[in-house]
Ligand binder design. Sequence first.
Ligand code: B12
Ligand code: SF4
Ligand code: SF4
Length: 314
Amino acid sequence: MTEDIIRVLAKQTGIDLIGFFSVEPLNECLPYLIRRHQKGFSTGFEGGEPEDRINYLRAYPEAKTGIVIGINNYQSFQELSDAKNRIQIASVSWGEDYHRVLKRRMTQLMERINDIQRQTGGVTIQYRLFVDNSPLVDRGSAYRAGLGFYGKNNCLINHQLGSFFFIGQILIDSVIGFEPPLLPENGCGSCRRCLDACPHQALGEGFSLEPTKCISYLSQKKFLSTDEEVRLSTYLYGCDLCQKVCPYNQDLEETKEKAFWVDAETASPPLDEILALTNKEFKIRYEKTACGWRGKKSLIRNAQLIKKNKKIYD
Ligand code: B12
Ligand code: SF4
Ligand code: SF4
């Protein structure tokens, strides 16, 4: 099995970006992870101490090579005429839950790879899939594989897809020879649009994000302090503001992944509809999306806070 064949199979599988990385510990990310931990900026969503997070062999002891994929999730919508009565759901929760979609695509890729292995008398490659479901640092692996550079908004930015792509990792038990990736240079320069656009200044100089000031984090957090409650005013779930303003995210191609397709009404539902959400509606509309894991109560709480806070911000 070769890098070139895997790249062709990935394209046939609907995968937009693919890269390869060595499973040596991710030491280049360690200082950032330690600093974040020391500052108390961990969220509890990532799991594990910094040293666990950089160790691929702890995640899969048989790992010999890493493959990382990116799938475009960009869609744009015209503003609706009744926009002031609606709230935003961020792109992270449009369509089917991205954890499931990426795992499906990665499984399809590995099945294609193993079909060829069987046809050519090779051994079946064993593997483990990761999408935001282990201590591993998804952006860190994608960076190591040359998929993008770290923006000041903390996101990994690719020259073709901007930052609107999800990342999945595959650790395999076989050695695949690959060209050492060219790491793209940081392209932010003197720009600071994302820092200025963040409503509560969650983004710090030198690539940091203070969770208790970040709407995306707060919309997912179980219990909020009074200070935190006041910060929910726009997004029902997630937040795209620091990505939307980024020059690398303008005029992007829309995603071809049908599982992510939604219409403007779904991306921006009426506030009153969410306040009155029934169990049955939640099940049909949100259970299989990325915001489903937090449950109906959490969405209604966010909607109630947005309604209350709108009066302050309007
Ligand atoms: C915890 C988490 C969050 C937290 C904290 C985010 C954060 N910035 O740390 C919250 C809830 C706020 C969040 C929000 C979002 N998230 Co999130 N999140 C994660 C998770 C689970 C862990 C992230 C993490 O480890 N952060 C710690 C820091 C230290 O690591 P980092 O994010 O890789 O980036 C840092 C460094 O490595 C370092 N760094 C900077 N420069 C350099 C230079 C070099 C050379 C090196 C080596 C490192 C480096 O600085 C960065 C910032 O500290 C990952 C999945 C995973 N398991 O990896 C998804 C993940 C990062 N999230 C993702 C997404 C899509 C989002 C949102 C866009 C969702 C939304 N619309 O609301 C927002 C974006 C907010 C933002 N501006 O970052 C994607 C990122 C896609 C991308 N292209 O970047 C991921 C990878 C999920 C996935 N598998 O696709 N998220
Ligand atoms: S996701 Fe929203 S709140 Fe969080 S850092 Fe970006 S702009 Fe700020
Ligand atoms: S908005 Fe500007 S500073 Fe922020 S990530 Fe994009 S290019 Fe970098």
